[in-house]
Ligand binder design. Structure first.
Ligand SMILES: Cc1ncc(COP(=O)(O)O)c(C=O)c1O
Length: 378
């Protein structure tokens, strides 16, 4: 049985061109990039080529790229690094602004910092999951040291007005971080346009391997490292580099930059086919997320009178996510959907479809047919 994969916001498979580029670094070029002999040099060259490619995708300088173990580490490094760095300076501030719909890789470091005495403002969102830049402005105080707002939400795909928020942050002299794990490779992510000081990337969301990511750190910004040790990554992140995965991330960045329009058109067309296909056959559907300011691959739908966990259990032919989490046998609706004002019952009837470059028209046709039949039989 072929399983239709519609969960690309959770993770992607590795692009075969990425894998091909990685393989020599797992065996032939096994050297430590810090070694000065030929093996070390070959590995270092791989890492630096990747750095150049990622910098190209983000439109920044190579010195502004720090390789990490993924999006979670990049987010932790940004938040804890800013806090550690600024709280040792005379301008002590203890206030951070974020939103209610961030990924746990932001919300949980925020909660940790709250326990350490920092004050966090979790901004609300509107019915489309959008943060209002005016709300950001209203909560800034003389103690605010950091604003962190995600570029696009992983569940509903709403793209935040990051550049506008960045402008406000600059005006007030406050550092601005954005979690771009869901946008890199899907929409343009040039750091200058976005007006960010810090930006997080996760390789496995755009056809690179899992366990590798990047934190963009604007030139001149010195952050206390999360991992102390030897002087890797110009003293910003210790640990012998994950060379093969970094090489893979670099290749994925090159492909993403080159093919971004092709990717967008493909996933957008597939997504619209899926949406209208289901809408045509099933009543009582609510589209969650912004109608236009949304990731081209993401479709989040609530179905009236449906338990989406149950539906997925019966639909093993399709791999996708629900809008809920199961805690100790008790179903909890998605906090993102609740923050958008969607009622609990409807939230528990939600499916997140996230498409990728390997989906075909036939995948969509089958998914529409399978799901609409199962839903009608409920
Ligand atoms: C928005 C967002 N931020 C951060 C992460 C975490 O990235 P990683 O799995 O590389 O740690 C994810 C992955 O699910 C995500 O969707």
């Amino acid at each position: 049985m072929k399983i239709i994969y519609l969960d690309y916001n959770a993770t992607t498979s590795i692009d075969s061109r990425v894998l091909e580029e990685m393989l020599p670094y797992l065996k032939k070029h096994f050297g430590n990039p810090s070694s000065s002999h030929i093996y070390g040099k070959a590995a270092k060259e791989g890492v630096e080529k990747a750095r150049k490619r990622v910098a190209g995708l983000l439109g920044c300088n190579v010195s502004e790229i720090v390789f990490t173990s993924g999006g979670s580490e990049a987010n932790n490094m940004a938040l804890k690094g800013v806090v550690e760095t600024l709280s040792t300076k005379s301008t002590k501030g203890n206030h951070i602004i974020t939103s209610q719909i961030e990924h746990p890789a932001i919300l949980n470091p925020c909660r940790y910092l709250e326990r350490k005495g920092f004050r966090i403002t979790y901004l609300p969102v509107d019915q489309y999951g959008m943060v209002d830049p005016d709300d950001v402005k209203k909560v800034i105080t003389s103690k605010t040291i950091l604003i962190t707002i995600m570029h696009a939400n992983n569940e509903v795909g709403t793209i935040q007005p990051v550049a506008e928020i960045g402008k406000i942050a600059r005006k007030y002299g406050i550092l601005f971080h954005s979690d771009a794990a869901q946008t890199v490779g899907k929409v343009e992510t040039k750091v200058k346009k976005l007006k960010v000081d810090l930006l997080s990337i996760a390789g496995h969301k755009f056809y690179a391997p899992k366990g590798v990511g990047v934190l963009y750190v604007r030139k001149g910004l010195k952050l206390e490292p999360l991992i102390h040790g030897a002087g890797h990554e110009s003293g910003r992140r210790a640990g012998t580099e994950n060379v093969a995965s970094i090489v893979g991330l670099g290749k994925a960045a090159e492909i993403a930059g080159r093919d971004i329009n092709k990717y967008r058109d493909h996933v957008f067309n597939m997504r619209e086919k899926l949406y209208w296909g289901i809408m045509d056959k099933v009543d009582g559907i609510k589209l969650n997320g912004h109608p236009t300011e949304r990731l081209p691959n993401t479709l989040n739908l609530s179905f009236e009178g449906i338990d989406s966990e149950e539906l997925l259990c019966e639909t093993k032919e399709i791999a996708l996510s629900t809008g809920s989490a199961c805690h100790a046998g008790h179903k909890e609706p998605s906090k993102v959907l609740l923050a958008m004002g969607i009622d609990r019952k409807l939230a528990l009837g939600t499916l997140r479809f996230s498409l990728g470059k390997y989906n075909t028209k036939e995948d969509i046709r089958q998914a529409v047919s399978l799901l609409s039949k199962r839903i009608k039989n409920k």
